[in-house]
Structure formats: C-alpha cells, structure tokens
Design a protein around this ligand. Structure first.
Ligand code: FE
Length: 344
C-alpha cells in the first residue's frame, strides 16, 4: 500500500525532470510565435544556416501561447515568445513570462523607447495607428490630431473597433500619458459620441466600412491598409475602394503618431537561453529586419533599413517616441476610462 503512491511520485518526478532535459538541446531554440507570415520561413532558415541552430516553432494566438507558457511553468520548453503590442507584452511580463536580457547589439540597434528598460522584450518592427478617411466626405484638415476625433463636428462619422481590443487599450494608454486621465476621459467620451456604428470587427473591417460608405473616418493600424495594396483583401480588393480612402498620420505638429511593436523576449525558464539571445540579435540584423518587417507590412526598427515599397507608399511620418512601457503601465487606467464612459 505504501509503495504505490511512492512509485507514482517517482514517476511524476522523472517526467518533470525529463521535460527540461528534452527541451534543452545543443544547437536548438524553441520559439512560441503568434506570427504566421510567408517571409518568416526565410527568416528562420537563414538563421539556421548562419548559426547551425535549429529553430523549433509553435504558432498560435498570443493569448493561447501566453497561457501555455504559464501552465508549463518551470518546465516550459519555450525560449522565446514573439508577439505584438506593448500592452500585451506588459501583461505577459507581469505574469513573469520574460527574463532580463543584456545585449550590446540589441541595445545599440533598437531605439530605447521600443524595448523594455531591463531587456524583458525588444521591438523588432513598428506599426502606426493612423486615421483613415473617405476622401469624398472628409476634409483631412479636420482630422490632423487624435484629439480632433472627439470634436462634435465629426458626430456620426467615426468607426473604431471595440475598446476591449489591445490596440484600442494601448492607444488610450498613450492618450492618458499625453493628456492626463481627466482629459483622456473627455476624449474617450467625445470619440464614443462620434461613432458611426457600434464597434464591430477588426481593423480591416473599419477600412471596409469606409469602402462601403458606413464610416467616413476610421482608426486602424498602418499594415492593414498597406496589405490591401499587396493582396486581394475582401471588401478592399477593388482599386476604387482603396482610392477612396485617405490616410492621416496624426499629430505631426505635436507628439507624433502613436506606434506599437511586434516584439520578442526570452522566456523566464528558457532552456536554451544563449541561443535565444542569438536569435533576438539576429532579428536586429539588417537582413532579418527586412524579412521581419515586410512579412506584416511594418516598419523596421533599425535605422537605415528601408520599409517595403507598399509601406513606403503610405508616406513618411513622425512617430511618437513615448517609451512603450507606458502603454502597459497605463493599461488599467485606459480600461477604467473606457468602462466609465461606456465605450463598448
Ligand atoms: Fe493586427
């Protein structure tokens, strides 16, 4: 009777010990990624060729990967988590998913505002959150700043996605940082009062809303619009649709346009830490920057690396240089403001 539970305990212990041993392998790195772009194949194979380190990948939605790493705990084979949005990275970091990394190469090549101050994560490409408009209905002079979106003269014209979305939370967190909580709340109230419809769908659906005539103004990330020029996007595939849509990079005379990142960090219990750091350093090389950014029509973070022609066609803009860690630090306040004003 006494031996059965002991055997179980021994078996369980052996299983626990076997996991990290299996995950820790000379010449391998395990990446949990919420990315899934064609150019990623080239990204990984070039790294394998250059270093002899084999890349093992698990791809899934960001929240699934984060929950999985948490559940795997100390036995997680994950070396790197690649995902998007500083707000989401903040939540993952608060859950203890990342560890600090010091790397001269990463610190030199990636602007300080686009990475965690202690190296918990590093941004490898950026996207702007821009204002789009129907050229036939709106004078772009009326939408030159995010704060313009709360002006009553835009009543019934604006489409955004739901406030529960991380892009909307990060934008509000940036407004809290810029305006303070009180003015950010007034802004949220004004924006909500100006809605053309209740929030539905993702960023592409806001652009489709302009094409279909439901929305005169929309807020969306830059890559969703750039993508419509490289792929047939349903509802935007007709050149007449995209011709109808203009883009404004807000606050060019002020703080600059709100940007966010695609980013990666080394996982707290990474079994292959050194290889993981090598991979992150590789992502900051000129060649990898190109693949990483182009895969999702984003902007490379390393100076001197050019964006793709579809992205360049959107035009140059001044990006807000706010430290992106603020988007996480202000997230609870942003959520509270949306709740208080009843922003769905
Ligand atoms: Fe997106």
């Amino acid at each position: 009777m006494r031996f059965a539970p002991m055997r179980l305990a021994t078996a369980a212990l052996a299983a626990l010990m076997a996991l990290p041993a299996a995950a820790q392998a000379e010449g391998e790195v395990n990446i949990y990624s919420s990315r899934h772009y064609d150019t990623d194949e080239r990204l990984y194979s070039d790294f394998e060729e250059a270093t002899g380190i084999t890349v093992n990948r698990i791809e899934d939605k960001a929240n699934v990967l984060i929950e999985r790493i948490k559940a795997e705990g100390a036995n997680s084979p994950a070396d790197i988590l690649l995902t998007v949005d500083a707000g989401r990275l903040y939540v993952a970091d608060q859950a203890g998913i990342f560890q600090p990394v010091q790397s001269g190469a990463l610190e030199e090549r990636i602007p300080a505002n686009l990475r965690h101050p202690d190296g918990h994560w590093f941004g490898f490409s950026t996207r702007g959150r821009a204002i789009f408009y129907d050229k036939a209905k709106v004078d772009p002079a009326d939408i030159q700043s995010y704060t313009d979106l709360a002006d009553p003269k835009l009543k019934g014209l604006i489409c955004t996605r739901s406030s529960s979305n991380i892009y909307m939370l990060s934008l509000m967190a940036a407004m809290v940082e810029r305006l303070g909580e009180e003015d950010a709340k007034a802004w949220a109230e004004g924006l909500w009062a100006n809605r053309a419809r209740d929030p539905e769908g993702g960023d592409t659906d806001q652009l489709r809303g302009i094409a279909s005539g439901q929305c005169a103004v929309a807020v969306a990330n830059t890559y969703y619009f750039a993508r419509a020029f490289t792929k047939d996007v349903r509802g935007l595939a007709n050149p007449d649709d995209t011709d109808r849509i203009g883009i404004v990079f807000p606050d060019q005379d002020g703080a600059g346009t709100h940007v966010n990142v695609s980013a990666g960090g080394v996982v707290a219990n990474a079994p292959n830490r050194e290889n993981a750091i090598k991979f992150l350093e590789y992502l900051a090389t000129d060649e990898a920057q190109k693949y990483f950014a182009d895969g999702n029509n984003e902007y490379p973070v390393v100076e001197g690396v050019e964006a793709s022609s579809a992205v360049e066609a959107l035009g140059d803009f001044k990006a807000d240089d706010m430290p992106l860690i603020k988007l996480g630090e202000n997230q609870a306040k942003a959520q509270a403001i949306y709740n208080e004003v009843g922003y769905q």
